[in-house]
Design a binder for this molecule. Structure first.
Ligand code: BGC
Length: 453
């Protein structure tokens, strides 16, 4: 018997008080870039650079959540969710990054939080989902040691303004992604490259991760604090030693770099010699303790596994990905392998650290080319993706992993970073010309599934 089918999939099987949510992010959904006193973010600026975003698009309007949040929250509620994950736009709260607080920005999030609570959607709030204020980037952004002060200020304002009603917090969204894509590879904002930028950004993000946790714990009464990690099982393309070693190096970068310091283990230096250089930052300031924070939960975000082979041409890491299409395995519209067993294994793997208290699956989902035909979006592939991945999560939960919630990425189609608007991840289709929302079949599937919860 296929073990993945062993427990019958139902929402009830995940237990009472399970958090069922949808996740969005300020920069991807809000739009309203020049209203309500919002400052400029690194993505506003980066998207103006030629060739950086597919289709030459930008996030300035996106799906206009800033003006349509009530409608979107009602949709989330109508689909049966009991929790809503969103992020706070740093430039909307502190337009210059530090200093002056923008009252209108605070008022917007107050309305959003109150509306969530009224609808019975428990807010799960991310402090940083990649939209750094541009004035801070001019001062070095995540590569600057002053980030410790800047981030503390932002976290403090958010905790003081919203902590009376928001109890569930995420400090950072996927630091492994924004440091590597934004500061090493130049594919995301702010478009910086090189090891010096990358390593400084990693160290500042690791410190912000712990500092943010400390600040929230000190200021928010009865808080439930986590941070999120992107995770992908990394498999060698062959059993050749060079491929196996390449997979271990990639694993350090994709899966271990941020959780291990948070768990008090310092930087993962085995398996990838280069990481020793990070110790230059650590040794000088003896930060191992400060990097450690006892999170109440960790957020895991998984989309696909990665298969790698040794490749001496690629600097530093000497590895490259063997894409799903090349391996002729099922994949999404973005070419990401669909593999729910791998999702199960990576959840177990993070649980095996032994000191993780609880896990929320804070993102999981798939992008396909969706089309509206006669007011219907028939996205059966996405329905299958969710069924398989929920089944895998349920198996892990039945085997003792303390999974407390699941958040689908994402509510509505939105700005998918460098991929622009073509990659549609939503349970709800958005016509970006008219802002018309159409619930996809996957949205209806969730509604029926959650009815039994
Ligand atoms: C990010 C989201 C993103 C999603 C799909 C995650 O890496 O947190 O912002 O849209 O993956 O790419």
């Amino acid at each position: 018997m296929n073990p993945f089918q062993s427990a019958r999939l139902s929402a009830k099987a995940f237990g009472d008080n399970f958090l069922w949510g949808v996740a969005i992010a300020a920069q991807q959904n809000e739009g309203g870039h020049n209203v309500g006193g919002r400052g400029v973010s690194i993505w506003d600026v980066f998207s103006r650079r030629n060739g950086k975003i597919k289709g030459g698009t930008n996030p300035l309007v996106s799906c206009d959540f800033y003006h349509r949040y009530k409608e979107d929250l009602l949709l989330a509620k109508a689909l049966g969710f009991n929790s809503f994950r969103f992020s706070i736009s740093w430039p909307r709260i502190l337009p210059e990054g530090i200093g002056r607080v923008n009252k209108e920005g605070i008022a917007f999030y107050n309305k959003l939080i109150d509306e969530c609570l009224e609808l019975g959607l428990t807010p799960l709030v991310t402090l940083y989902h990649w939209d750094l204020p541009q004035p801070l980037e001019k001062e070095g952004g995540w590569t600057s040691y002053r980030m410790q002060r800047w981030f503390a200020r932002f976290a403090t304002v958010c905790a003081e303004e919203f902590g009376d009603r928001v109890k569930n917090w995420i400090v950072l969204n996927e630091p492994a992604s924004f440091t590597s894509l934004g500061y090493m590879l130049g594919k995301h904002a702010p478009g910086k490259t090189g090891l010096t930028n990358y390593f400084s950004a990693i160290h500042q993000a690791v410190l912000a991760q712990a500092d943010g946790g400390e600040i929230l714990r000190a200021l928010v009464h009865k808080s439930y604090i986590g941070t999120t990690f992107s995770c992908s099982e990394v498999l060698p393309f062959s059993t050749k030693e060079e491929d196996v070693l390449a997979a271990k190096r990639v694993d350090v970068i994709l899966n271990r770099l941020f959780i291990e310091p948070a768990l008090g283990r310092g930087y993962p230096q085995d398996d990838f010699k280069l990481i020793e250089r990070l110790e230059i930052h650590n040794k000088a300031w003896k930060y191992t303790d400060r990097m450690h924070f006892k999170f109440d939960f960790i957020g895991l975000q998984n989309y696909f596994p990665v298969v790698v082979r040794h490749n001496s041409i690629i600097p530093h890491i000497h590895a490259s990905e063997v894409k799903a299409a090349t391996r002729k395995v099922p994949h999404t519209g973005l070419g990401w392998e669909v593999n729910a067993e791998s999702f199960y294994r990576i959840i177990k793997r993070f649980w095996l650290y032994g000191t993780v208290k609880e896990i929320l699956i804070t993102e999981n989902g798939a992008a396909y080319k969706d089309e509206v035909k006669n007011a219907v979006v028939n996205d059966e592939q996405r329905v299958d993706y969710f069924k398989q991945h929920l089944q895998a999560a349920l198996r892990a939960k039945h085997e003792g992993v303390n999974i407390k919630g699941y958040y689908a990425w994402t509510l509505t189609d939105n700005f998918e970073w460098a991929e622009g608007y073509k990659a549609r991840f939503g349970l709800i289709h958005v016509d970006f010309k008219t802002q018309l929302r159409t619930i996809k079949n996957s949205g209806y599937w969730f509604r029926d599934f959650l009815k039994q919860a």
